[in-house]
Design a protein around this ligand. Structure first.
Ligand SMILES: [Zn+2]
Length: 385
């Protein structure tokens, strides 16, 4: 007797039945025979393990519930957030993050990487909260937690050692911000060295301002190659690419290819700057993912933790309208994102943990266009509702 049998699921364009027992996918065929405790007819709807959302800030989400959004420059918003961070508690961070985690699960997200600020203002409170939530929700969503130097590394006399403590607490990776406090190359050196020392991946908010003077991709690529960290570093944003000449842009693509940099596009940044040219980056063949980034805070008063929304936004912004382009967008929130996050076993296959998301759509085009919630969720072999 099977636990769950999903009939007529559209997996990569092929209609199959999926059999689940003891938390695992035990059979995938055009017709599985046998009874099951739960039988669900997917009616040929698109079926995936779950969405992949490559970047957010769960420790700072929903700050607008405590203080209304206000307009201002980037540094002003950063200063406002920094002030609020001083009064964060583990409980407060947990409550806010948990709300968004639950929304993301219901929206079908299975893998989500969050940066968590680590510095003198908030200490390790964010790490403590998110590592506990990672454990609490492990059967429903896979969280990756990055110990993040949002404010810079060397300016407060505390962040340097706190980052190392965060790694020892269990951070999955380390995160840097290449324009933070003007630390530039020194900042990159520190974050990469920390990643190397603990054999972790690294993740940078890279060239986020969109300004040419903040263009550090060439230096990052050079250091990644020097340290033999190819394929282990993710660059988020790269807005400065949109300010380069065509020839400089081609050189930039060379840096990305040679260093095997992984790329995450966060399209909501369009509210204040240009977005990196995703179609050109995809041509390099490196993994490219999409991300919710900020959610209901001073940088983005909107945001729901539903990565389909950012896929729709990028589709409009950069005209991903042709069939092969819609397929690319869908890939960015599924298999492409899984490569960015180095998820080895992403896919619906026999022997895998039973994480199945049946979407309310017959094609990937309908997934992006209609933005429907999933109709059936299985997480770790259990029906989730
Ligand atoms: Zn971010």
């Amino acid at each position: 007797m099977l636990d769950i049998l999903i009939r007529r699921a559209n997996v990569n364009g092929v209609i199959v039945d999926i059999a689940i027992k003891d938390g695992l996918i035990i059979d995938i065929d055009n017709k599985v025979y046998g009874d099951a405790t739960v039988v669900f007819d997917a009616q040929n709807k698109v079926t995936i393990p779950g969405f992949v959302d490559c970047h957010t800030h769960l420790d700072k989400c929903l700050l607008n519930e405590q203080q209304p959004y206000q307009e201002g420059t980037g540094p002003q918003k950063g200063a406002l957030t920094y002030e609020m961070k001083k009064s964060f508690t583990v409980e407060d961070i947990t409550l806010r993050a948990e709300k968004m985690i639950n929304k993301a699960i219901k929206g079908g997200t299975l893998h989500w990487r969050t940066n968590v600020d680590v510095d003198g203002s908030v200490g390790l409170k964010g790490m403590e909260a998110l590592l506990k939530l990672k454990k609490k929700y492990e059967n429903q969503i896979h969280l990756q937690v990055a110990a993040f130097a949002q404010e810079g590394v060397f300016w407060d006399g505390e962040t340097e050692s706190l980052l190392e403590e965060a790694v020892k607490l269990g951070a999955d990776l380390v995160g840097g911000h290449t324009i933070a406090k003007g630390e530039g190359e020194k900042h990159i050196d520190f974050i990469l060295a920390l990643a190397k020392k603990y054999d972790l991946e690294a993740d940078f908010h890279l060239d986020e301002s969109g300004n040419r003077e903040h263009y550090l991709l060439p230096y990052l690529a050079k250091k990644v190659i020097e340290l033999n960290l190819q394929g282990r570093v993710n660059g988020i944003h790269l807005c400065t690419l949109s300010a380069l000449t065509p020839q400089e842009l081609e050189e930039a693509m060379g840096y990305i290819e040679e260093s095997k940099l992984k790329i995450t596009i966060a399209p909501t940044a369009i509210s204040t700057r240009h977005i990196a040219p995703a179609k050109r980056i995809l041509k390099t063949g490196v993994p490219v993912g999409l991300a919710s980034d900020n959610m209901r805070d001073f940088f983005n008063p909107l945001g729901s933790g539903d990565v389909k929304q950012v896929a729709l936004l990028l589709s409009y912004l950069q005209r991903f309208f042709l069939q092969e382009e819609v397929d690319q967008i869908f890939e960015m929130i599924t298999t492409g994102g899984a490569k960015v996050l180095s998820i080895k076993d992403y896919g619906i296959r026999i022997g895998s943990r039973a994480d199945i998301t049946v979407l309310d759509a017959l094609t990937v085009n309908e997934v992006i266009a209609y933005q429907n919630a999933p109709v059936f969720l299985v997480r770790n072999g259990l029906v989730f509702s």
